[in-house]
Design a protein around this ligand. Structure first.
Ligand code: ADP
Ligand code: MG
Length: 400
């Protein structure tokens, strides 16, 4: 019997379109002799649709026409129910449209790569590819991610972070902290977006104020980092789980301006290619063997320290002025699932998809050995069984 893979993509994210491209590449790479594919497209306003028309990227030019050929669906947040239901019940026949065996989320950015969607899958108990809720959420937030990496001994560039409220109420102190710990130039980023959205350089105080105001449009948590002026960017993909993983060959993305922009990343103009795969890049990156080895080691450490799973891409910064190597960020659902890095490492795209499925099933099997609840019903113990409860009327909370 074939395994049915639900591929979820699109979503309420600034990286909606990139996700459509990544997912269509991933679905085309799945071996249909072994797997059945059910595409589930999440619209920009959060509705789910399925249908074969979703498989062809050309159809997304006219979303209204595309959705007219599809069926709106949903899953219930009930443990063990892997069914995809029709949103509009039919007069006759079942509302069950398909049963999934495993889910591959190919959602980039907020409401997908950040653990929220993974939380829904955890609630349902369905095996799924990629990071769990904890690693997804930590990996998405540039502040939390850097704190954890620092604590885990992984080098990151010096940074200062603050909230909207702090910026408004303690502006002078916060500016002073940025200037004394980092100095100019700095780079200002909203904590939880991707694709270079809301990111900018500030060379003096006036620009800092402008950049923070800009970043605040996207997030209420802001990170300001020391700007590495002479930087070389190097990416490395990691595949596996935090106990057993392998790292890919390295890529050097090529940028047109000071920072790698949205257009550099996705519209590099490599003919016949789309998404992250289209970006101008050098694979493998041209680096001395010891630097390559150090970067692959740090990519693996990042994956391990953050408790990642499936396929991630770790982006590094080399400071050319002193040779310093820093981890800039992790993408827990990387563009094009980093398949082009795995191909260059000797793992074909179909094999990568198979690995993601088997990793998902293995995690579910491993989890099923863990105790999640006691069979003992403490309410049935009678007498003083529920310690701390003062009787139904007065009790505010029982013992925990
Ligand atoms: N500390 C830094 N110094 C210099 N350039 C940076 C720094 N941090 C980010 N950049 C530039 O900005 C780009 C986007 O930043 P990044 O943190 O990767 O955000 P995103 O999640 O949007 O990709 C990077 O690819 C790099 O070109
Ligand atoms: Mg980046």
């Amino acid at each position: 019997m074939k395994t049915t893979i639900g591929v979820f993509f699109g979503g309420r994210s600034t990286e909606h379109e990139i996700s459509v491209i990544s997912a269509s590449q991933a679905m085309a790479a799945i071996d249909t002799r072994r797997f059945d594919i059910v595409p589930v497209y999440i619209t920009k306003d959060g509705h789910w649709y399925t249908g074969d028309a979703l498989l062809d990227v050309a159809n997304y030019r006219d979303t209204a026409a595309l959705l007219a050929q599809c069926t709106e669906v949903y899953m219930r947040p009930i443990y063990g129910d892997y069914t995809l239901y029709r949103a509009k019940p039919r007069l006759f026949g079942s509302d069950r449209l398909a049963t999934l065996d495993v889910v591959i989320p190919v959602l980039h950015g907020s409401n997908g790569e950040d653990g929220t969607f993974e939380g829904l899958l955890e609630t349902i108990g369905i095996p799924y590819a990629g990071c769990g809720t904890l690693a997804s959420a930590n990996g998405m937030d540039k502040i939390t991610m850097k704190m954890i990496l620092q604590a885990g001994g992984v080098p990151v560039v010096p940074y200062v972070w603050f909230t909207d409220r702090q910026w408004d109420a303690q502006r002078d102190d916060t500016v002073a902290e940025v200037e004394s710990t980092l100095g100019y130039p700095v780079i200002v980023k909203p904590a939880n977006l991707g694709s270079s959205v809301g990111i900018g350089r500030a060379a003096d105080r006036a620009q800092l104020l402008e950049r923070v105001a800009d970043a605040q449009r996207y997030s209420s948590r802001i990170i300001v980092e020391h700007m590495v002026d002479e930087l070389q960017e190097i990416n490395c993909s990691v595949l596996g789980d935090c106990d057993q993983y392998e790292t890919s060959v390295l890529e050097e993305p090529i940028k047109s301006g000071e920072i790698l922009s949205y257009t550099d990343k996705y519209m590099g103009g490599t003919k016949g290619k789309a998404g992250m795969q289209a970006a101008q890049k050098r694979i493998p990156a041209d680096l001395p063997a010891d630097v390559t080895e150090r970067i692959r080691f740090l990519a693996g450490e990042t994956f391990r320290v953050l408790s990642c799973h499936g396929v991630s891409r770790v982006d590094m910064i080399i400071d050319r002025s002193n040779g310093g190597i820093y981890v800039n960020e992790i993408n827990t659902i990387p563009g094009s699932l980093s398949f082009y890095l795995w191909e260059a490492t000797g793992i074909t795209f179909p094999k990568l998809m198979e690995r993601l499925v088997s990793l998902a099933l293995k995690r579910r099997r491993d989890l099923s050995h863990k105790t999640v609840s006691y069979d003992q019903n403490i309410f049935s113990l009678g007498g003083g069984g529920v310690k701390g409860a003062k009787g139904a009327k007065g009790a505010k909370s029982g013992a925990r």
